[in-house]
Each structure stands twice: as C-alpha cells, then as structure tokens.
Design a protein around this ligand. Sequence first.
Ligand code: SAM
Length: 278
Amino acid sequence: AAPMTASEGTPPPPQFDIDQPTIARVYDALLGGKDNFAADREGAKIYLKHVPDAGKCAIDNRAALVRGVQYLARVAGIDQFLDIGSGLPTVKNTHEAAQEINPDAKVVYVDNDPIVLAHGRALLASNESTTVITADLRDPEYILAHEEVKSTLDFNRPIGLMIVGLHMHFHDDEQPDEWVRTLLDACPAGSYLFITDFVDTGDDLQKSIERAGLESLGNGWIRTPERIREHFLGLPLIEPGLDFLERWYPEEPDREVPDADKLEPYQRILMAAIGKKE
Ligand code: SAM
C-alpha cells in the first residue's frame, strides 16, 4: 500500500540522515542510550533547555510502558503485542518486560524510523519471538497486511496494541482516531489498547515540552485529557483510568499515590491509560 499522505503539520517519516534529529534518537539520548548522533544530542539539549527534567520524563514514560506491559502480560494474559512507535529496543522495552513474564510472548515492533529496524535486527537476532518492521502509524492497512505482522501475531486471539509515547503528540489532530479504529477493528474482543501521551491540563511546563518538540523536531503537540480519552473510541479504561504516569499503577489499584497537584511539574507532562475491547 502507498503510505498515506501525512496531514498538514505532521512531518514525513524520517529518512536515514544523521544530520537531522529524529524522535527515536532524541528519545534515546534523553534516556541515556548510545544509539544517537550529534544532531540528536542537540535536539535533546533543546528539550532540556525548555524542560530541565525531560530526561526524567523519558525514563518515567519507559517505566510506565513496562508497568502497562506487565499488567497486560500478567493480569490480562496477553501474549502478543503490536507495539507501534516502539523506539529503539534498548533500555528495557516491551519484549523484555513481556518475555520476563511469558518467555513465549510475541512482540512486533513497528517504527517509521529506519534506524529502529537496523539496530533492532542486530539486537534481536537471537530472539525468535520478537520482530521489527519499518512502517507508519499513519498507514495502518500497511501494518496489518505486513507479512511479518501476519506470521508473528494471531489476530484470532487478543492482542495488546500499544501506541506509547507517540500517538497524538507527534501528529497533528486530523486523523489519529481513524488510524486507531483501523487497527482496533483488526483485533478481536479481549484485546487492549495502551496509550501514553503528552497532556495539556493548563500547566506552563506542558506548554514548554510542546515548544521544545516544535523547535527541535518540528513536531510534538499536547492534547487535553478529554481529547486523549477520545482516542480510545469509547473503550472502557482499566483502573485507574487515564492519569499522570506517577499515579498510574494498573497492577496496584489500591496503591497510595500522590494527589495530582502534589506532583512535580515534570511529572504532569504525560498521562497513560489502557482500554479493553469487549
Ligand atoms: N514507545 C517507546 C516508549 O514509549 O518508550 C518509544 C517512544 S519514542 C518517544 C516515539 C517513537 O515513535 C520514535 O521511535 C519514533 O520514531 C516513532 N514514531 C513517530 N511517529 C511515528 C509514526 N507515524 N509511525 C510509526 N512510528 C512513529
């Protein structure tokens, strides 16, 4: 399938150009990874200029990803994951979190940055249950028709669909719900949708992360919680619903968490939620 035209404001997928920062590599730089180039470290510096704790945001996001995958693998019994916008599979990612719980869990990583495939092939060469493909969230039909997706995942059994750390915030607001609908329609009842996103609840620092994204990558918008909830297309959310990462512990619904207004400003930049298709 021909890639869908990116709507205005959303840049085209990154090409392999080490002089241009890409989301995957800037995020890797913020996480303290080694798979990034000078331009990416400059991009990371712009984030750190606007949001000095941007590195902690990246680390907290990856930690929330791990908690979500642990919930899905352990509590929900999910053993196949379609992880879109996976980033570089370094620094504990989905396959490690899932396969620690279920060594047979299957994971397909999808990223539109070709560096993810290049590095992923090498890193995952000995892991038969994990695959990486280069594809774009904005072309969900291509993802679903991809041979490696079809041969790795069984769409007759529940899937953990992940759009973590990229969904809305790296795309403008025109079509994201349609991309999600196409993907969810392909997943049977019992499947889950897991999203984390930049959020806009009116804080200055939330605006700063938006400014940093636009300045360094040309991309990175914030959305209200109401708008993020719409991406779940009406699916019921598991406890504790859509919340700031620091308050989001799906395996521990009774955990004491800080009040939202007691969080550090950097802890109010991202929210997470998991919806269940019934
Ligand atoms: N999911 C990982 C996590 O939360 O730790 C990585 C998040 S990283 C901030 C966002 C990733 O999404 C990057 O690797 C970027 O290349 C990828 N990405 C951005 N837009 C995308 C798109 N339209 N389709 C597929 N991947 C995309």
